[in-house]
Ligand binder design. Structure first.
Ligand code: SF4
Length: 241
């Protein structure tokens, strides 16, 4: 991967998607981010945001969620799918944290450096590197680069990495992204992956990164009849907590 290619990708994404969200301003609580990320697994950001606001409205605090029945939690979050599993996992995680720290107010973790935050949260079932990177960005004002399926797919198609899993993509690219550009690139790659470089039927004929792309199965013959406007879905739950 050439540095100049990565710089061009970052700059064209910026031009298209505009000024990135300022993740250092008015951060949500660490648990807000952890729970919103869990809710957003295998569903859209819009439906997981609805589930998140339902939980907040009904229970008020995460302490109350920890004490609630799984059924009551499930009723609140059924809008986002996999409600049984998510209700069980969220309640279990909250109870484990309460037991370990004596509180669900986790701001003491601000004292930890990034590596120590990764180590701390990796001890919990169902919390992986991607989720912890989201906590670092959105709740702790750090610069990190979570790799989800969109980010993994797009970076491989562009030829910026050559890997077969999001974890390997993270390892291959994390030290090559300029300082203070990590979150911005992450957010724009998600938007780009949702709206242009989709898993099936990528909109190659409308793609502003076409000349930089190495993907051998480009969808070159796809014709969009006029009007050719792409309706974009750029809602990211963690930017709205
Ligand atoms: S040209 Fe197609 S495959 Fe390549 S980045 Fe653009 S949308 Fe994705």
């Amino acid at each position: 991967m050439t540095k100049s290619k990565l710089t061009k990708v970052i700059s064209r994404l910026d031009e298209h998607f505009g000024k990135p969200f300022d993740h250092t301003k008015k951060p949500p609580e660490i648990l807000d981010v952890l729970i919103a990320t869990k809710l957003s697994q295998n569903t859209t950001d819009k439906s997981s945001f609805k589930a998140y606001t339902n939980l907040k409205k009904k229970f008020g605090t995460w302490d109350n969620v920890a004490k609630a029945s799984e059924k009551d939690i499930k009723d609140c979050i059924k809008v986002c799918g996999l409600a049984n599993t998510k209700a069980r996992n969220i309640k279990l995680m909250l109870q484990q944290m309460k037991k370990k720290y004596g509180t669900l107010e986790l701001s003491f973790l601000q004292e930890y450096d990034d590596e120590k935050v990764y180590e701390e949260f990796l001890q919990y079932d169902g919390i992986g590197v991607k989720t912890i990177s989201c906590v670092l960005i959105f709740a702790m004002g750090r610069d990190a680069f979570p790799v989800d399926t969109h980010v993994h797919r797009v970076l491989n198609r562009l030829g910026l990495v050559n890997t077969n899993s999001p974890v390997k993509t993270f390892e291959e690219i994390k030290d090559k992204i300029p300082e203070d550009k990590k979150y911005e690139l992450h957010s724009n790659l998600i938007k780009f992956g949702r709206n242009f470089c989709r898993s099936n039927n990528p909109l190659c004929s409308k793609c502003f990164l076409y000349s930089l792309c190495k993907y051998e199965f480009k969808n070159e013959n796809r014709k969009l009849k006029p009007p050719v406007k792409v309706t974009e879905n750029n809602f990211i739950i963690l930017e709205n907590l």
